[in-house]
Write a protein of this length. Sequence first.
Lengths: 375, 226
Amino acid sequence: MSSSSGFKFWAKRISEGLILLIFLYLFLVSVRLLGDGFKMFGGGFAERLISTTSNPLVGLFIGILATSLVQSSSTTTCTVVGFVASGILSIPNAVPIIMGANIGTTVTSTFVSLGHITRREEFRRAMAAATVHDFFNILAVVVLFPLEIATGFLRHLAQSFSNFLVGKEGLTFASPVKKIVGPAVRQIVSFATGLTPRHAAVLVAVFAVFLLMLSLFFIVKRTKKLALRRAEVILDKLIGKSGMAGIALGCGVTAVIQSSSVTTSLMVPLAGAGIARLDQIFPITLGANIGTTVTALLASLAGDVAGLTIAIVHLLFNVFGILLIYPFRPIRNVPMAMAKRLADIAARSKRYAAVFIIGMFYAIPLLLIFLNRLF
Amino acid sequence: MFKKLIDALKKRPLLDQMISEMEQMLAEAVHMYRPSAEVLTGKRPLTEETHRMIYETDRKINQLQRRIRKQLVEHLIVAPGADVPICLILMSITKDAERVGDLCKNLLEVAEDLGGPLDGGKYESQFGFILKETEGLFQPTVEAFRKSDKQLGHDALEKSRQMAKKCDAVIEELMIDDLPCRKAVLFTLLARHLKRICSHLSNIATSVVMPLHKLDYFDEKWGDIY
């Protein structure tokens, strides 16, 4: 490598790293801004949010619907972290939303499987690979949701972990990240001065959501570009090696890219092409479930101990889900059998694929939320 | 075009790996061709060991082809975009390399059916020349592919064309000859297999000098387009 091309190489790498840091900073600003912005709506908003999410089932379906609509569990979980950190959403009310976000995020890979719809066998394999993630997350919720409602074990455990990490004085812990993002947040909020409180709140909240989505989009785009080129060799070597290797692969790739949808959506065409079998894809999607929790943990840096607690709940929920379902073959086979069954049906008649997607991710959650408002 | 693609893709590990495995396929094919040719020219005895080694190498080439195909799909799914042409080229030329392996195995089968080296009178020297020259085609083809060198690619193409003509000339002679049926059939097969080996090697060489859609079809006027 000549000195000029060496300089160009390092200059490019440093500029790429700096751009990534800028978007990371904007991401942290947006999480803090979300809480502060929604707080500006006043006590009425927080009361309405708490009363709406006080029904855990509604919270769960809000999580599914919101994530299916934005097609990013990170957006939902980071918003929840922001809300919890600013005190406008309680931890018990936030847990079902986090669980719902886990289900909602699988819609993206299910959509990707539709790209194979013109070739029946390919579509059957792709659909099974996409929906095995759906069924696993649904099963995890079926088991852990009632347990959490009855005992609150996830939030208690998460609370212990966050206390251990930041100390009991964490309630007043001044995070250095909070100090760094503080001036930018104050500056953005100051732009809304002069408006009526309600208009100012709407402006800040909309801007915060926009900034969160924008920063996440660019972080994923840049890390994807940087990481996937290297990851493809690891992918080639690890696919089909062992369940643990698959989980590590899914977790690692997702943690770097900050998007489980990217990881799982890559697996779908691989399965469609017959490169990887369903039982080889399955552990990778489980690893993606754990890897994606890094985003909420990162977001919690901009908040307080409550934000960190809900981010840890997200991590624990996914870890327990895997521990309950994956190690035991008969239980592990359940989501795979369900995915295969649905894929067989959808391959025979494509309308069932549409019925599943619309019903599972949009119609049922919407109906339940609507019914809850009525009664 | 191929050279630019190769240079642009230097930092893509899986693609580098596939290109190196393609080179390995050709290197393995040489390891099959040489002993087969040596058995036919009497430089090596026809033994079980030679048979086993050639069939084993053929399996290795087939495994490499399947591996490259798998990696191609993985690469195109993970990093689609600018790599599509080179991936399609690799898909096509690995098939050629795999066919070369099969044909080298066929050369040994001809030797086995003949019961040993060629004993073909006037044909012995003709086949001896073609066998030697064809072996000399492998290295320039591998080099042209490895270095993405257009001139080497042209040279390999030209040489393979000459060999193909020589094989056709042998077949024409065989058609009007009055050799025993078994010998005539085996000599015709031998000439045909050698011609096919040259054709598949020239297909690989076209990947260096021709655009993707012209792969396998050499046309002089395309030689210098940009």
